[in-house]
Design a protein around this ligand. Structure first.
Ligand code: 13P
Length: 253
């Protein structure tokens, strides 16, 4: 049995004060929900403040990106060792990074390796665009992204993968549970090609893209889906709590 994992990707939202308020609004209720791994991924500058609030809780902390170098002349960047003492997870290869910041599979691969070397657990994002989806290229794209990101990476249970179809991100048009389950099954198949079936069965794969309290049940009831990477709805305490609670209820049922 894979432990479900719900992560909130706050993206470029919240000042430090707003981040602290948001965590305070969800902390007690979220902390008490068992049977689900809970991860908050605020912007870099709020990691310290949020970490302090989460210290004695069951809620984990994640970053949204890192640079693959250890240190040096990379103005504005954050290295794996800087994050290692601060958080447990790091989102890598998000489609917004690929789209707006030119991240290629090769760069994502270097980041995955650097994260694991620093003891950070990657949440590796893959997903196809609308035009790729309409051209029937979903399998080809996600397979290429998984193989590219994991080239030369040994199997580890620390790896989490997220299937986030770009057309479903921030659009309110989520995939159906069946669609997401199908593609996540293909991703698991690719992981099985890389690492063998038992290893592939141990890796958790989330769905992301317009997940809300109103549709999480549809995703979490699918056999291949092990949780969600939540954007917009993770910025509202009641919505995020509801998503985590429904996940706990469904997986314990
Ligand atoms: P939304 O939940 O806002 O669609 O964002 C999904 C996402 O990109 C999470 O990483």
């Amino acid at each position: 049995m894979r432990l479900p994992i719900i992560a909130g990707n706050w993206k470029m939202n919240t000042t430090i004060d707003e981040a602290v308020t948001l965590v305070r609004d969800m902390l007690d209720k979220l902390d008490r929900i068992a049977g689900v791994e809970k991860v908050l991924c605020p912007p870099f500058i709020s990691l310290s403040a949020v970490r302090a609030l989460l210290l004695d809780s069951s809620i984990k902390l994640g970053a949204q990106n890192l640079h693959f170098e250890q240190k040096g002349a990379y103005t504005g960047e954050i290295s794996p060792p800087m994050l290692a003492g601060l958080c447990e997870y790091v989102i890598l290869g998000h489609s917004e990074r690929r789209q707006y910041f030119g991240e290629t599979d090769e760069i994502v691969n270097r980041k995955v390796k650097a994260a694991l070397k620093a003891g950070l657990k990657p949440i590796l994002c893959v997903g196809e665009s609308l035009s790729e989806n309409e051209a029937g290229k979903t399998e080809e794209i996600v397979t290429r992204q998984i193989k590219g990101a994991l080239a030369g990476v040994d199997f580890t249970r620390d790896l989490v993968t997220a299937y986030e179809p770009i057309w479903a991100i921030g659009t309110g048009k989520a995939a159906t549970g069946q669609q997401a389950n199908h593609t996540i099954g293909l991703i698991r198949h690719t992981l099985s090609d890389l690492y063998g079936e038992p290893a592939a069965q141990a890796i958790r794969i989330q769905y992301g893209g317009s997940v809300t309290g109103a549709n999480i049940a549809e995703f979490i009831s699918q056999p291949e889906i092990d949780g969600a990477l939540v954007g917009g709805a993770s910025l509202k305490a009641p919505d995020f709590i509801s998503i985590v609670q429904q996940t706990a209820d469904a997986k314990q049922a």
